[in-house]
Design a binder for this molecule. Structure first.
Ligand code: FAD
Length: 294
């Protein structure tokens, strides 16, 4: 099923999973179990990340197949980085043959072992890739958005202008970069709504380990509000307490977004089903699956 149809009908709850490295999960039995467990919460779709340069392509395709085998809707990420139009067409053909109907079209970043010139041969922007996916046909296309800016952002105005370019090239919904400050998302969503009527789904990453999230904050450029910073400081060396506090924080963030009427919540699961199901058990999502009021 196409995600644009789902979003038009109801507010969505969805997940992101990533293809595990072969050394961590050689036969994919771990991720199979994770996806089976996540399916019990009936997400509207499950997105599958893609390594820039296509380095994990076979595994990304396998994971999309596993998602489908559990009766869930896959959203396959694809990145422009390191890819030519021919590479992208080949991948789109494989995805179409697998029955995938939804693509998240991303620019990606220059992989470590690749030069700038080799990286950006046929595309420089995500919007160029989404235009190609659109021409290819058969897919509902999503794009990335950044409530607190991207590392290359000049201003929010410019970012929203680039979002408009993405919509003009075929994007029909956005998923945001993770953020920990709901107010930053609300301010951004309001500015986007003044220019575009494209749904913006909020990306939430629960905090399970302080050291890991400190690194994520550095890379993503998102801000940790005072409440989260003090939890990170307090539990830097206490993973069990951080995990509990992180679950509480995610529940509060998701409930806050839902009660404010956000169109969808997308959880970056980091392939951890137990904690995600625990979070959802404690979330209050009234009207989930019911029609969107217009
Ligand atoms: P773009 O939309 O092309 O934007 C990149 C930057 O370029 C923006 O800051 C913008 O300011 C600037 N820009 C855009 N258009 C123009 C223009 N016309 N003129 C001048 N400047 C412009 N990465 C992966 O490798 N694999 C994944 O699976 C993956 N999944 C992701 C999922 C989500 C929801 C998000 C938010 C990000 C994901 N990423 C992934 C990371 C993403 O690839 C990087 O953040 C990348 O640097 C930007 O990708 P983009 O699609 O936003 O690019």
């Amino acid at each position: 099923m196409r995600i644009d149809k789902k979003i038009a009908d109801a507010r969505t709850l969805s997940f992101e999973v990533f293809p595990p490295k072969p050394e961590a999960d050689d036969d994919l039995s771990g991720i199979k179990r994770t996806i089976a467990e996540l399916s019990s919460s009936s997400p509207d779709f499950v997105s599958v990340t893609f390594g820039a340069g296509g380095n994990n392509r076979p595994r990304a395709l396998d994971i999309a197949k596993i998602v489908t085998s559990h009766g869930m809707v896959p959203l396959s990420h694809i990145t422009a980085a390191g890819y030519t139009r021919e590479d992208a067409s080949r991948l789109l053909g494989l995805l179409r043959d697998l029955g995938v109907e939804n693509i998240l079209a991303l620019r990606g970043d220059v992989p470590k072992d690749v030069s700038e010139e080799t990286c950006w041969r046929d595309y420089r922007r995500a919007s160029e890739l989404s235009a190609h996916v659109s021409e290819f046909g058969a897919f509902c296309i999503g794009g990335a958005a950044y409530p607190e800016g991207h590392q290359h952002s000049v201003s929010t105005e410019m970012d929203i202008r680039f979002m408009k370019e993405k919509v003009e090239s075929g994007v029909s919904f956005f998923i945001t970069q993770l953020f920990f400050d709901n107010d930053a998302f609300f301010r951004f969503a309001e500015r986007v709504a003044g220019v575009l009527d494209t749904p913006v789904i909020a990306g939430i990453m629960p905090v399970f380990r302080a050291s890991q999230i400190t690194r994520v904050i550095e890379i993503s450029g998102c801000r940790a509000p005072e409440k989260l910073s003090s939890l990170l400081d307090k539990y830097m060396d206490d993973d069990d307490s951080m995990r509990e506090a992180g679950i509480d924080y995610a529940v509060e963030q998701i409930n806050g977004l839902w009660s404010a009427g956000t169109r969808g919540v997308h959880i970056y699961t980091m392939n951890r089903s137990r904690e995600i199901l625990e979070i959802l058990k404690r979330c209050d999502l009234p009207g989930r699956g019911e029609s969107v009021q217009r």
